[in-house]
Design a protein around this ligand. Sequence first.
Ligand code: ZN
Length: 445
Amino acid sequence: MSQRLALFGDLLDIEVDPGFAAPGDAAGVRYRPDHWLLVEDGRIVGAEPARAGSGPDASWQRVDHAGRLIAPGFIDTHVHCPQLDVIASYGTALLEWLNTYTFPAELRYADPLVAASGAERFVDALLAHGTTSAVVFPTVHKGATEALFTSARARGMRLVAGKVLMDRHAPDGLRDDVLQAERDCADLIARWHGNGRLSYAVTVRFAATSTPEQLAMASRLCREHPGVYMQTHVAENTDEVRWIAELFPEARSYLDVYHRHGLLHERAVLAHGIWLDDTDRALLRDTGAQIAFCPSSNLFLGSGLFDWQAAVDTGYRVSMASDVGGGTSLSMLRTLADAYKVQALRGVKLSAWKALHAATRGAAEALGLAHEIGQLGAGALADLAVWDWAVGPVATHRDAVARRGRAGVSPLAALHERVFAWMTLGDERNLVATYVAGSCRHERG
Ligand SMILES: [Zn+2]
């Protein structure tokens, strides 16, 4: 007997990148209000509109979310598991923040009990924010990496992660060495890459904390294990960029350090990418690497304003990320609202359509996983989140105003007004339930 689940609600997903088109002119918005979403054995098999006297028969478990939004689970392409301990820490920029807050927190993950409980707390927190997939930094510790994979595996999640590589410029207890790290990574890849829905990412913290020998080893791992991802940070902060230039005087730019070591490829996820030039942008396009845009973190640490328009003009891929604990919330809704504000400061208006695309289908495409996640089409796994359109008197009033519509506004523009208000005013309090491959993994208490 197959397991059949039918969810009723307002289905919304974004099928193609709408670019920076005006909200009323965007292509690719698929909105199916008052529809049943049909899920069989964890996979979406179709959708059908509600009609009087019809609907899925008794062979389906029916869950009625009438008047609620059902959207693909969010994909957070850059987030740090151990940094829930230091989220919302006062008063520093990147390099001082690492030394003052982050490294001491990560040191504690040498303890298997701390790592195990931290991993459980982290993946449950992702689900409690409507995020069903993530690309994650654990710590330098092999055990902490296994703990994270174990927790994600138990929940059936699509998660990409890998042991952090750091063999210099980090405190005692957080440094590895090339030989041991290579053995640990090879062992982790053998055991976890392709295990369930898990994938391994060769994880270079950033160029400053790896010797050239370690960067060469990381590249070797990517070559010897086709299909693994690579994740790191790039060009987040101007002091960092200057430091990298001192450490790698032969490189043309910060991004070029990774390119010279063979680390840029179509499964490479680089966080931030604020301080890039046109040559760097072309390199991202030509190698297929993506930038994870982390607006909350960039604002909080005062790192800078990501130039998304330049990314579109060049044609390289951009996904959305919380970068907790530099970011101040695991909520991708809050992250998208921050993205809108960052782009506004650059003179660009970010529609809810483009923002949502980058946090769902766009991220899935950039990760090579569009067949599986980020959409509500038949064939994808049912990684979903169910949302209240509005919570609290202000948002409820705003939603009611948007629903009434305005004269002379097209249906798509009117829908955008509603979705944009949800994106801007909403957060995890709007979340009703989260499903992973058709299994309910979080419900509002
Ligand atoms: Zn980060």
